[in-house]
Design a protein around this ligand. Structure first.
Ligand code: KG4
Ligand code: ZN
Length: 347
């Protein structure tokens, strides 16, 4: 069963064709570099660029898979959560396509897409449940207990900033580009992880929630103090400046690593976890991956991240995977219909 999937919840226009939930026949993503000069996503610009980019992305996707819209069985689209105007461009385009080609359409919850991005290029049967899923992106930092492909219960989430957002803001404070995650992570490789003792907010002994605003505020104070003392200035290429940037990034990344390791460790025995899955844009981070892998090895449980980096960040292949799983559970969800979007749609 071939599904043509669309994802436009934030700033990437993504189109993919996925067969039987796991086989990716084409996976196209058009990124919007325009946002980098604003240090974050501007919703109005994102919506306009989705409208401009989606047709080209669709044509590229069909060409990559050597298929036409007539050849696919169903259409899928992200219905939420995300930026309302970005979502609307995707749901409108996909809904028109569904009606024009008489293909039933399946609405998909974006976070469920990230959670099940794990099955892409894998076999579903290899996964033993219950699984602890950590989904961490620019908009979300959530922990879920997954007992089957579609039964998912939220265990905890962030009370303030998402971890990816904290990475992005850290980069912005240091005058680095956007998105900040990959840049901070690269700088961190050269820095001293113990140089700045940023906080590790754990929110009480049993809590499975997260908070990143304290770490972000501590980075802000450190950067401002260095600016005032003249030891750091944005844009300077002196070696002391470069060292400061690398040390802040390394210390910040280590604080994030420690928080994730602690929170994941708390759940393993409590829920008799058989595997940990780390998904979402931040799962591209090698330091966090490495630390979680170590925890899993120690506890003799499986650790998985999406098979490709392109399945970590926002992509349409994961939307195709999740649509297939939802369809298997209830074929009635596929209808010729106009899909409404909901910027706060929950798991
Ligand atoms: O899943 P995603 O593409 O979009 C959202 O749904 O938000 O995630 C994007 C986020 C950004 O905040 C970006 O900085 C972060 O993922 N990210 C990373 C890395 N690569 C992307 N964060 C840390 N380390 C990375 N290597
Ligand atoms: Zn996402």
């Amino acid at each position: 069963m071939k599904i043509l999937a669309f994802e436009t919840s934030c700033d990437d226009t993504a189109v993919a064709i996925v067969e039987n939930g796991t086989d990716v026949l084409a996976n196209v993503r058009v990124s919007q570099v325009e946002h980098s000069k604003w240090g974050g996503v501007v919703p109005e610009i994102a919506a306009r660029l989705h409208a401009e980019n989606w047709r080209g992305a669709l044509e590229k996707c069909l060409a990559e898979a050597s298929l036409t819209v007539e050849d696919v069985d169903y259409i899928a689209v992200t219905a939420g959560p995300g930026l309302q105007t970005s979502l609307l461009t995707g749901t409108t385009a996909a809904s028109f396509l569904s009606q024009f080609f008489h293909k039933k359409i399946i609405p998909v919850q974006h976070i469920r897409g990230h959670i099940n991005s794990i099955i892409l290029d894998r076999t579903v049967e290899e996964i033993k449940y219950p699984v602890l899923v950590l989904t961490v992106s620019g908009g979300h930092t959530d922990m879920f207990l997954q007992t089957s492909t579609t039964e998912i219960e939220k265990l905890g989430g962030t009370l303030d900033d998402a971890a990816g957002e904290a990475f992005d803001k850290c980069a912005k404070m240091l005058g680095l580009g956007y998105p900040g995650g990959p840049i901070v992570s690269k700088e961190a490789e050269k820095g001293d992880r113990k140089k700045f003792p940023f906080p590790r907010p754990l929110l009480g002994k049993e809590s499975l929630d997260f908070s990143f605003s304290g770490i972000k505020a501590a980075v802000y104070r450190t950067v401002e103090a260095a600016k005032e003392s003249g030891s750091f200035s944005i844009g300077s290429d002196s070696s002391s400046n470069s060292n400061f940037i690398a040390d802040v990034c390394a210390s910040f990344e280590q604080a994030a690593v420690d928080v994730f390791v602690k929170k994941v460790s708390r759940t393993l025995v409590r829920f008799q976890i058989k595997a940990v899955h780390f998904t979402g844009g931040v799962s591209a981070n090698t330091a966090i991956r490495g630390a979680l892998q170590e925890v899993c090895e120690k506890n003799k449980i499986e650790f998985r991240v999406p098979e490709r980096f392109s399945y970590c960040t926002d992509n349409a292949a994961m939307i195709g995977a999740e649509a297939f799983l939802q369809y298997q559970k209830n074929p009635e969800i596929a209808q010729i219909q106009f899909i409404d979007c909901d910027s706060r749609l929950s798991v």
